[in-house]
Ligand binder design. Structure first.
Ligand SMILES: *Cc1c(COP(=O)(O)O)cnc(C)c1O
Length: 232
């Protein structure tokens, strides 16, 4: 990550301008869209920069990598897991992260609930939904979302704050638009049916965040546009 803090600050500022424009164009309050830098495959400095700038959280997609970097990063910033979680890492994940965005099965919800209980904490989570029906992506199928939500809501040590999705890779920008609109509809349906707000909609990355904001995203996860491309 060969960028300086000054460059990072400038990139955040210019991204904010674009985010705010996308929100206003959709008739939304820009204050309701949070920027989450994605620091995976970058050194601890990436998260340190974000904390110095006062950003609320960073996203990481591997448990072990975050567990190693987090102790190097002072400050109040929250760490969130955005990558697929294997059952055998559930305990370390609950110890390492302030929120887990990638809960995609009732079984995993159960494991996280037990781990959080044994640590005496309530773990905020998002349910990851494969809203673009992408065979290459993790996430619960939309048809399985109600059962997953029911299981997560029944878990005493989990707090379900909303939904997350990743749009399929495609040359056609309409694919991302449809994916994000689909997640929004799924959220609205589930919220009405279960009587719970599911306020957080985590969707949008460097290449598609404007479409995500137009569809109602409350949190965009941005790696490349802030830190440059990464290895691996
Ligand atoms: C890597 C990653 C991102 C960031 O992607 P960029 O295109 O680099 O902005 C966002 N969300 C998830 C789940 C990721 O794994």
């Amino acid at each position: 990550m060969p960028i300086t803090f000054e460059e990072f600050s400038a990139r955040v500022a210019s991204l904010r301008v674009q985010m705010d424009a996308a929100a206003r164009a959709a008739g939304r309050d820009p204050a309701n869209v949070q920027l989450q830098p994605v620091t995976k495959n970058h050194p601890a400095d990436a998260a340190i920069f974000a904390a110095r700038l006062g950003l609320a959280s960073v996203g990481e997609n591997r448990v072990q990598e975050a567990a190693e970097k987090r102790p190097l990063c002072p400050g109040l910033i929250r760490w969130e897991l955005i990558g697929h979680l294997q059952s055998n890492k559930a305990k370390l994940a609950v110890e390492t992260f302030d929120r887990i965005q990638s809960v995609d099965s009732s079984k995993l919800a159960g494991l996280l609930d037990r781990a959080a209980g044994s640590l005496g904490k309530v773990l905020p989570v998002l349910l990851q939904i494969n809203a673009g029906h992408d065979p290459a992506k993790f996430g619960a199928e939309p048809a399985d979302a109600p059962a997953l939500l029911e299981a997560a809501l029944a878990a005493p040590h989990l707090r379900v704050e909303g939904l997350m999705t990743i749009a399929p890779l495609s040359e056609d920008p309409e694919v991302a638009v449809r994916t994000f609109q689909n997640l929004r509809v799924i959220r609205d349906d589930l919220a009405a049916r279960f009587g719970t707000p599911l306020a957080e909609l985590s969707m949008g990355m460097s290449g598609d965040y404007a479409a995500a904001i137009a569809a109602g995203s409350t949190l965009i996860r941005i790696g490349t546009a802030l830190y440059g491309s990464r290895d691996g």
